[in-house]
Design a protein around this ligand. Structure first.
Ligand SMILES: Cc1cc2nc3c(=O)[nH]c(=O)nc-3n(C[C@H](O)[C@H](O)[C@H](O)COP(=O)(O)O)c2cc1C
Length: 473
């Protein structure tokens, strides 16, 4: 397809586009994207991949034009805008949330006001934008504690490196951080920063703390940064991705609403020396799809993921680990939970000793690798005498005698269900997008049709919801 840039448009068209973009509080490029998307949807109604994020936010039945006030039962979103270049995208985010029926209130940090003005934000939301903790008028009108509590969800976009650090440390020295500390509502952050800041050890530590505290994260994405000439991981998630993550958190009536679900996914990497490790071919696609399906069903989901090359599912708290022992610790830390689904391909063994330096190749000498057993996460959780999740589900990856092996595993591990799949090379399951599974329970075996991993995930989550309701076991 030929590429089209705004610069190539004629002057009249450019002027009209600029006016329309300004009216909607969007960049010209975003305005073009919206026009193209709307045109595509008109010519192909109902067939768009953006269906989920176009739907009204939970709490309302229909979306509304942004000029109409939100109804009484509208979900209330408090948007905190941090001081990053991506703040311009939060103006678009306001419109997208409003289109889906949300009532918006906004708080700007002092730094955010260098990028967007309270006036523009106030004009879009139809309400004053809050910015100063010590402003007597706003403290009298609403007050920071009410701002923190009078909402269903707090969204931080862009979440700067600085805001992440302050949140992780429990600071409360301005309105944004005071509200974040005081709130008892779910918090969704959309980090946005230079790739160097994103990969900094301090940011990783802060993010790990925040996810352990139950804060949900969407993005960041990889790609071109708003700063000219910069690219990498750290670009804020697109407004529609943030909307999708907000939707999954706000979905109150879902079949797993109020349930806490822990999912493991991906392989583990067991180090031999600083550069070598033992691993397996798991892609994490099935586990990530299960976490996404559970979140879409309204559950509060913690996904403990080994090293994978997949984006974090929206609305899910993701804890990233490398080894089986780290996965075990992260699972323990994520409890209590109502349901635990262990889809990760955890290495059974690790190297008994790990060399601190790279093992050198020596002519005529082959080093011996001595293995030792990793902790068995599934059986140790399934056999807990206290704090056991109501439903513990394991996965069995088998290359032969799939069902018989899964039945033996169910008995041996003491879990409630085993989802068995054939991972022999010819099945294409490892790394592929489809799966053929058998659900093995104490009452029998169900063999499901081959289907997309997303569909397997949704069917499994429906079964989980039915089991928790006592409808099916
Ligand atoms: C031009 C410019 C762009 C910036 N963009 C970002 C950014 O994208 N992400 C980030 O974490 N910090 C960014 N910063 C740094 C923050 O503005 C700075 O850390 C500030 O203290 C953040 O304040 P806040 O977290 O209270 O909003 C930027 C600074 C400047 C001058």
């Amino acid at each position: 397809m030929a590429s089209l840039t705004v610069r190539q448009l004629d002057d009249t068209l450019k002027r009209l586009l600029r006016l329309r973009a300004a009216r909607h509080g969007r960049s010209m490029e975003d305005e073009v994207r919206v026009i193209l998307r709307d045109a595509a949807q008109e010519s192909h109604p109902g067939g768009s991949g953006t269906e989920q994020s176009q739907a009204a936010l939970p709490g309302r039945k229909t979306s509304r034009p942004t000029s109409e006030p939100a109804s009484e039962d509208a979900p209330r979103v408090l948007l905190i805008i941090g001081g990053g270049i991506a703040a311009y995208k939060s103006l678009d985010l306001i419109r997208r949330l409003q289109e889906r029926g949300a009532h918006l209130r906004c708080v700007l940090t002092a730094a955010a006001q260098h990028f967007v003005t309270p006036l523009a934000v106030g004009a879009l939301t139809g309400e004053r934008a809050f910015a100063d903790l010590f402003d007597p008028q706003s403290e009298f009108d609403v007050g920071h504690i009410r701002l923190a509590r009078d909402c269903d969800l707090v969204v931080v976009a862009p979440a700067t490196a600085d805001l992440l650090a302050k949140m992780a440390g429990g600071h409360a020295d301005d309105l944004a951080t005071a509200v974040l500390l005081a709130t008892d509502k779910p918090i969704l952050i959309a980090p946005a920063m230079n790739p160097g800041m994103w990969t900094a050890k301090a940011t990783a530590r802060n993010l790990a703390q925040l996810t352990a505290d139950g804060v949900r994260v969407v993005g960041p994405n990889s790609g071109e940064m708003a700063e000219r000439g910069e690219a990498g991981l750290g670009r804020m998630a697109e407004p529609l991705e943030i909307v999708a993550a907000a939707q999954s958190i706000l979905r109150r009536g879902g079949s797993l609403a109020g349930q806490r679900v822990v999912v493991t996914s991906g392989p583990t990497h067991e180090p031999i020396d600083p550069v070598r490790y033992i691993a397996n071919r798991s892609s994490g696609k099935q586990g990530h799809a299960i976490a996404a399906a559970a979140a879409a069903a309204g559950a509060e989901v913690t996904l403990v993921s080994g090293p994978v090359n997949l984006p974090d599912p929206p609305g899910v708290s993701v804890v990233k680990v490398e080894t089986a022992r780290q996965m075990f610790d992260a699972v323990e830390a994520a409890f209590p939970a109502d349901v635990a689904i262990f889809a990760a391909a955890v290495a059974d063994w690790r190297s008994q000793g790990t060399s601190a330096s790279k093992i050198k190749k020596q002519l005529g000498h082959t080093p011996t690798l001595t293995l030792t057993e990793n902790p068995d996460i599934l059986s140790s959780i399934a056999q807990r005498t206290s704090g056991r999740p109501r439903l513990v589900i394991g996965f069995a990856a088998e290359t032969n005698d799939v069902i018989a092996n899964a039945q033996a595993k169910l008995r041996k591990k003491g879990c409630d269900w085993i989802v068995a799949n054939d991972v022999s090379a010819e099945s294409g399951v490892m790394g592929g997008d489809t799966n053929t599974v058998h659900l093995v329970t104490a009452s029998g075996v169900e063999s499901w049709q081959p289907q997309a991993k997303d569909q397997v995930a949704r069917s499994l989550i429906e079964r989980v919801a039915a089991a928790l309701d006592g409808r099916q076991r």
